[in-house]
Design a protein around this ligand. Sequence first.
Ligand SMILES: [Zn+2]
Length: 173
Amino acid sequence: MKKNYIGIFCIALLFCYSCNSQTTPSKDVKESTFVNNYEGEKLEKTAKEWREILDEKSFYVIREKGTERPFTGDLLDEKRTGTFHCKACNLALFPSDTKFKSGTGWPSFYEPINDKNIATETDYLIGYPRTEVMCGRCEGHLGHVFEDGPKPTGLRYCINSVSLTFEPLGNEP
Ligand SMILES: [Zn+2]
């Protein structure tokens, strides 16, 4: 029964489409765009080598593009002054003064320490553009960036806590 409905729906859709084919622009099928302007030497390792360095949760998020459960990350409420680094290769990624409380359950930043330290890939798989954020050096998955962040950038880098380490400033005597 369900199949019949789907069939009728498809035929109706085709009919509408053919009626309007001259006025309706064809839907753009956009390709993903990958950008990485990191200028240093890239770090490449096999999955086996990454497994030896990363704990299970970090491997899942960083190397398999997973997402940690919201409100579970150790760095969500980190409020000290310092720098957030890539957990896989230790590249500095976000200064603590760009961290803000987004209420999403993931550490959120409005600006990276240097745009060149961040790689991005925008895809259209879910019908609208979505931009993944990766470490520029090891291309490990960090999270996503959205355009609903605070001033001055208006960006919200929504980053998995398990993709990051934190180095507090001022450990010297
Ligand atoms: Zn990295």
